[in-house]
Design a protein around this ligand. Sequence first.
Ligand code: AHM
Ligand code: MG
Length: 349
Amino acid sequence: HAADAHRTDLMTITRFVLNEQSKYPESRGDFTILLNHIVLGCKFVCSAVNKAGLAKLIGLAGETNVQASSCQMPDMEFASGEEQKKLDVLSNEVFVKALVSSGRTCILVSEEDEEATFVDPSKRGRYCVVFDPLDGSSNIDCGVSIGTIFGIYMMKDNHEPTLDDVLQPGKQMLAAGYCMYGSSCTLVLSTGEGVNGFTLDPSLGEFILTHPDIKIPKKGKIYSVNEGNAKNWDGPTAKYVEKCKFPKDGSSSKSLRYIGSMVADVHRTLLYGGIFLYPADKKSPSGKLRVLYEVFPMSFLMEQAGGQAFTGKQRALDLVPTKIHERSPIFLGSFDDVEDIKALYAAEG
Ligand code: AHM
Ligand code: MG
């Protein structure tokens, strides 16, 4: 019966995307191939993140120093302490290699690389991928959720690729997603037709559809921001957070949740509703988060789930980046909650 059907008729991410793409008669399977390579990168990073914790534990229990333990376990070169930081470098290498070898990419922009990578003509395809291979670096060493964020553009024709091909507003993205390495490994994806979530079944090594058609609640009860920066906030941000804590319209105050990993904070916001803020402040007038591979993909997902994303000036996806590592303030989440912050910025003039 139905329960059995669930267990034997698995909607893997590949099957799901193939179904979606089959609606386009011109589709040649290139997107599915590209996505499979991204999924491979996510599985690798998931496994490396899990091993990193284990390697550290073994190191501590055996009281071996870093040198000795990495000699015994040569494949665990990110054994502990300082070396563990290399996880973000390792993740970057994995994604770059997976994307290039897909034969479907032509420009890659990674948070880890100063310059964009132009793929060799012999391996070139039509897609440009912008990504943060391992976001939430301050959470790596303590085993708190971290993630990979990605966005995908498509080259319009066969011209020689230039940086302008990736300096496109977020609304031009074809697809966006993230993978969260948390208590489970969850991949959330939108190809512009809603948002779907897949969970890695480690025994199968496959991402299975577990969160079909995610819609963010219209209004939420949670706000998420680094309040340690409050003394440097501008008027509208300060007023908004004050309103979350001391609402004057008789509504109840919001709860505060802040992990400090964008993927985890946005994932919770998507599922539970509420608002995530990384505003501008006096010390960082453009905020902290990067437009291409943090702000755009998350804004794309929010809009696709029925929420909104705002920079303090405009719809986030309308922003036209001028540099690949450009930053922007960002307010994203439930429709009504973002509407409130938009009103405060509008009142400011
Ligand atoms: P990172 O690229 O150094 O990991 O920084 C990005 C992270 C985001 O995941 C998170 O939303 C933000 O930085 C938290 O910043 P802060 O520690 O200033 O609150
Ligand atoms: Mg980052």
